[in-house]
Design a protein around this ligand. Structure first.
Ligand SMILES: Cc1cc2nc3c(=O)[nH]c(=O)nc-3n(C[C@H](O)[C@H](O)[C@H](O)COP(=O)(O)OP(=O)(O)OC[C@H]3O[C@@H](n4cnc5c(N)ncnc54)[C@H](O)[C@@H]3O)c2cc1C
Length: 591
């Protein structure tokens, strides 16, 4: 099995030349974000990812987490020690609010660090991912008292966080949540109900776990309008912040899964005895609004899992392709067999992995930059623009990058031939681990519905039109750059087809719009990812570093010829299937 290395050059290039870290550093609140400081931070994070987290990946898969008879959950060998080092080094606090002990770096920098840790071991990194989402929710919607008591402990990572939405009858449809919250005379609540599939709902990494739980108050309106958000700590904190009495919330079982074996997926029971003590976060019946703060953060992070798993799989496939010798590649001496990397088809697979992962990374980093601009923009207009852009890019990053994470992990396995199917090589683990990402944090079907519903209709369609105009500017710049003209042609064709699909959907009836949603998401995301890759090639060209410029041009051209070129062909998949879906519902799929 190959050793994992963080590709620091690639990450740094994307921060500076695809996303605009320098521009962010000029904004109020980010003055301390100097180039040298960021470089030191990233180099240290890379070392931590390679030396401390990466060794957990294999043992995490083979041992998995176990629930013990007393209801506690034991994580695999080494997880606790790695987590302790993570807390001591303060990695959880990189982009957190300095008022609560955070480093105050842009979310973009935090995402780069997150990418390194996720690539090193996806199942370990899920615990920090959920904690950071919980911090965002509390930071945006918690009371002053809640923030003072919980945020410093969570920003440091001493306490971890979870997201408790799903119930057996309430998955994508959170309006069906039935967990009850009963008001108490002292202003607190008692919660009763069962949550399923709760990631790191119980574990042995931290002293306390802060659950953010969706539940209903007595007499609440039906559906999502009647859901409130509650903070339910595993241990009720004492006034001095130390962990106090055990709360009435318990892990009753953990799931056996296809992948991410080390991440405990828990069934949580609330209120088996006197009721789990909880505290309202945000407004009564305003739980969905509060939870969306957490979900949007988590959706970008899950999209990043697609990038991370594709990167890890690529590195492993590349190393194998250099080692494995088979047959004779065109032009190779007759006397010796060639390394498989010399076969054009194996090179194709590896370049597809490399260029597509680059496009996914560019999209994810620009998504994070938009989030930073939405909170730190110089004026209200910039903040509004950032917020709109983040809203548009989030479903693209979540769905496109996670679908491709599966596809590229499969390509990585294919590069290994039969050995890819054998567990010992480790390639199969990436394939299994990747498969959850299109499902959780809102399935990719829900992401595409969100895109053609809420997001496409922002400002009557003007938000997406403005976004596509930005892509057209990239295409125009490509046209004037030698060696990138073919990218220009494919990008122009892709953006035109995506624009046509957008207008068709804006005028379409709801059924027709939803029928074409998945294909539209792929069109818009491929075009946006292709533009990010092309902007990287243009930036490298301006840097006057010939090798870098040549390599970036190859990646942009390869992606344009192999993936952007397919975008116009998807137009029919947006505009045509609705009639057939109605017919299929009547006859072919009649239950
Ligand atoms: C390993 C793992 C970890 C998880 N971690 C957490 C966690 O930490 N916290 C938490 O709360 N939950 C968690 N979940 C739950 C996860 O978020 C849900 O599984 C997911 O939201 C889908 O819900 P469901 O499984 O009920 O599928 P369903 O909602 O039953 O969906 C089944 C299929 O129908 C489609 N579908 C459903 N409704 C619609 C619609 N309106 N429009 C179009 N298509 C639709 C879906 O896209 C899907 O293809 C986790 C799940 C797993 C497996």
């Amino acid at each position: 099995m190959s050793e994992f290395r963080v590709d620091l050059d690639e990450i740094t290039f994307n921060l500076r030349h695809v996303a605009d870290l320098e521009g962010l550093a000029a904004l109020d609140g980010f003055e301390h974000v100097e180039s040298e400081t960021v470089d030191q931070l990233l180099a240290e994070a890379a070392r931590f990812a390679e030396e401390v987290i990466a060794p957990l990946n294999r043992v995490g898969d083979t041992e998995g987490s176990r629930r013990l008879d007393d209801g506690s959950v034991a994580t695999p060998t080494g997880f606790k020690e790695a987590y302790r080092s993570y807390v001591e080094a303060g990695w959880g606090a990189v982009s957190m609010d300095p008022d609560y002990g955070g480093g105050g770096f842009p979310h973009l920098v935090g995402l780069a660090v997150e990418e390194m840790f996720t690539t090193a071991c996806m199942s370990w990194s899920l615990c920090p991912l959920l904690t950071q989402g919980a911090i965002n929710l509390l930071g945006a919607h918690g009371t002053g008292e809640q923030k003072a008591l919980y945020l410093p402990q969570m920003a440091s990572g001493v306490w971890t966080g979870t997201m408790n939405l799903t119930e057996p009858q309430a998955g994508s449809d959170l309006g069906a949540v039935t967990t009850r919250a009963v008001p108490q005379p002292d202003g607190s609540y008692r919660l009763f109900g069962t949550k399923i599939f709760i990631t790191y709902g119980e574990h042995d990494l931290a002293d306390n776990i802060v659950h953010l739980v969706l539940a209903r108050l007595p007499g609440a309106p039906p559906g999502t309008r009647g859901i409130s958000c509650f903070l339910v700590p595993k241990h009720l904190p004492a006034a001095d912040g130390s962990t106090g009495a055990r709360n009435d919330v318990h892990c009753v079982s953990i799931e056996h899964k296809l992948g991410i074996h080390a991440s405990p997926t828990c069934v949580m029971s609330y209120g088996d005895d006197e009721g789990a003590v909880g505290f309202l976060v945000g407004d009564e019946n305003g739980g969905m609004r509060a939870m969306f703060t957490m979900m949007n953060h988590a959706r970008l992070s899950v999209g990043l899992e697609g990038v991370a798993i594709a990167e890890r799989s690529y590195q492993q496939a590349l190393a194998y392709a250099h080692e494995r010798r088979q047959g004779r590649a065109p032009g190779a001496p007759a006397t010796e067999s060639s390394a498989i990397i010399d076969h054009p088809d194996v090179r194709r697979m590896l370049l597809d992995m490399r260029s597509t992962t680059g496009a996914m990374r560019g999209l994810a980093y620009r998504n994070a930059e938009a989030i930073d601009r939405s909170s730190h923009g110089a004026d209200a207009d910039e903040r509004q623009e950032g917020s709109e852009r983040a809203a548009l890019l989030t479903p693209l990053t979540k769905a496109w990058a996670t679908d491709l994470g599966c596809e590229l992990a499969s390509v990585g396995l294919q590069v290994h031939g039969g050995m890819g199917f054998i567990e010992e090589t480790g390639s199969a683990q990436h394939y299994r681990d990747a498969r959850i990402a299109p499902i959780y944090e809102g399935t990719n079907g829900i992401q595409s519905a969100d895109l053609v519903g809420r997001k496409l209709s922002m400002r009557g369609g003007a938000a997406v039109r403005d976004h596509l105009d930005g892509v057209r500017e990239t295409a125009a710049a490509l046209n004037g750059t030698a060696g990138l003209k073919s990218v220009c042609q494919h990008l122009e064709a892709a953006v035109d087809a995506t624009g046509e699909a957008s207008e068709w959907l804006l005028a379409a009836e709801p059924f027709d719009r939803l029928a074409g949603a998945d294909a539209y998401l792929r069109m818009l995301a491929t075009t946006t990812g292709g533009a990010a890759l092309a902007d990287g090639a243009l930036a490298a060209d301006r840097l006057e570093a010939p090798e870098l410029a040549a390599d970036r041009a190859v990646l942009a051209r390869f992606f344009a010829a192999n993936r952007l070129s397919a975008v116009p062909g998807l137009l029919a998949a947006v505009t045509e299937p609705a009639d057939d879906l109605v017919a299929a519902g009547r006859r072919i799929l009649a239950g």
